[in-house]
Write a protein of this length. Sequence first.
Length: 180
Amino acid sequence: MKKLLNEELNRKTVEEFRNCGKYPVKVILDNVRSLNNIGSVFRTCDAFLTDGIILCGITATPPHREISKTALGATESVEWKYIENTVEAVEQLKSQGYKVLAVEQTVNATTLDRITLSQNEKYAVIFGHEVRGVEQEVIDHCHGVIEIPQHGTKHSLNVAVSAGIVLWEFYRILKQPGSS
């Protein structure tokens, strides 16, 4: 096996990314404090062609040097906006026909390996604060909750890691044959 060179990866330009079809998935960051996590989520959203990010509460916004360090340019390709109140962001998306799901550990959460997604629906997934997670008030406004199954001694994952796992699963399930 030969490692591919950057020029062999067929990467989209920023303009090609903006004009290509996106998966009907928006990400909401609810009070995420780490600038590196925010940048990493931007990069993951770029990788899986998500339809954008909504930054809420204390979540910092681009341009910021520390976000750029991990985003590696994804703040230029991925559409984003800031809405101070996360519940307001959730209600806006619900009024636009999105099914809103928090990523959190709750009673009656659906584990990610059992999630059913429809290619006819639009989704928004919420990732929360590194310590407190998604606020209960926000969860109360969601259609449901997704939990990432974990079997070790820890009961949480880094928010950027969680976003990578969840967005990959959404991409895997929603990817239509022949799409790219």
